[in-house]
Structures are given as C-alpha cells and as structure tokens.
Design a protein around this ligand. Structure first.
Ligand SMILES: [Zn+2]
Length: 105
C-alpha cells in the first residue's frame, strides 16, 4: 500500500530547484528512487524518458500517487482452477489458498 502523505517510488511529481525557483524537469516526472541516507540522491524519470539523479536542493510537489494495483486482475489455483480476484500471484496448490474467498470456480 502506498502512503498518500509521502512521496514514494512510482509517484508522479513536479520538481523545482529551490535556489532558482525554476523547473529543470518539464512536466511531471516519475520517482524512481527516494534518498535513504545523507549523500543519496533522488532519481527521476521525465516524461521524455530521461533519467535524472540529483543532489541539488529541490522542492518536489506530489502530483499523483502510484496506483495500488495488484499484478493480476484474477489469480487462480493451478490445482483446482478456482479464481480469487486481483492479486500479485496465483497459487500452485489448494493448501496455498486456504481461507481465501473463491470468486470463480
Ligand atoms: Zn486450489
């Protein structure tokens, strides 16, 4: 789950340089990496596909959050063939989906 109060990887942002007050990334950019420690840099991907690393003092405006969408619209079990709705991965055996609600059988 993403946190709507944080800028996280996958979010779309607008990046402004603090000092100059001007945009050096035109349009929205996707966050590829959020600095985890001093000296670490932000990594962005612009709408033109340009990869930018920056340690500059910047202001980052959150434009839109990455969607919390699971990997598949419908995951299923290889053993019984039942479907379980959206999820990251399917199941190999029935004991892997014990307690899961069957959507399709
Ligand atoms: Zn099963």
């Amino acid at each position: 789950m993403s946190d709507s109060n944080k800028i996280e990887v996958g979010d779309m942002v607008q990046v402004n340089m603090d000092a100059a007050g001007m945009n050096f990334i035109r349009g929205d950019a996707e966050v590829l990496h959020v600095p985890q420690a001093t000296g670490d840099s932000w990594h962005f991907k612009t709408s033109e596909g340009v990869i930018i690393y920056t340690n500059e003092p910047i202001t980052i405006y959150l434009r839109s959050k990455a969607e919390d969408k699971p990997g598949f619209d419908m995951v299923s079990c290889s053993q019984c063939g039942c479907g379980f709705g959206p999820g990251e991965n399917g199941y190999s055996h029935c004991h892997d989906h014990q307690g899961q609600k069957v959507i399709e059988d």
